[in-house]
Design a binder for this molecule. Sequence first.
Ligand code: A3P
Length: 299
Amino acid sequence: LSLEQTVSRSALVELEGVVLIEPVHRTFDQVQKFKARPDDLLIATYAKAGTTWTQEIVDMIQQNGDVEKCRRDTTCKRQPFLEWSFQNPPSARYSGLELAEAMPSPRTIKTHLPVQLVPPSFWEQNCKVIYVARNAKDNLVSYYHFHRMNKGMPEPGTWDEFVEKFMNGKVLWGSWYDHVKGWWKAKDKHRILYLFYEDMKENPKQEIQKIVKFLEKDINEEVLNKIVYNTSFEIMKENPMANYTKDFEGIMDHSISPFMRKGAVGDWKNYFTVAQNEKFDEDYKKKMADTSLVFRMEL
Ligand code: A3P
């Protein structure tokens, strides 16, 4: 039996204008009641912006560069994906909420929620947050391939259809535009370190140092270099505890498109037609007119 035959794709549901999938929507009220602790660290992103990469960097900093410790479990078990709830098939069963609640402090928690849907206790407890944003076009391309390989996601449709859905915010976690702008605004009120995938790619050492400083850690040059090396795309692609080959079996099919796909800036040029690109740019200008946020689409 192929995956298509055994796993049915989730339906989309809208919550306060944000598109979620049914299993996540079902547990949303419980997630809202989540009790954050003051020393929780939240890693927030729009899906496919470099979450797993940032999670690995953070864990390596917290473990002072100990590679073995960082391989104690898979990414989504080491750092619970707060709102992710999936019951079927059993091979893909997951409850981020249960994992987080059972975890001793200090916890690092992942979320893809737009800022306005983050459980209020994170703000009440003044938790630190690392937000990572990636340019819209590369983020879209990565998301398209992720939809293809992950049966936990809704059907992407054709490439052209997916571009439209992304532009209209009719994809899981809602509008990319609102997500990056919302978190950008929030950083003036809360303890948020706002990072960019493109900067991380261009100068990983410098961006890792920003995270070290934000976490108020002290690591030496040797450990820093070790972290740069072990969190490179090439190494993470081969790391079974970070490349999602050990999680969500029967849901993710890496033969369609690997989770660790390209890890590059500017891959969108291989997908957007000239017409699509023009239309996208025109729409982008309108949607991003009310923000000081600027992205680099190439390096
Ligand atoms: P691509 O599909 O463009 O390759 P997320 O973790 O938020 O789901 O993001 C996944 C994207 O980050 C994928 O992008 C993946 O390849 C990329 N990625 C993962 N680890 C990376 C690393 N160490 N360096 C650069 N990109 C990485």
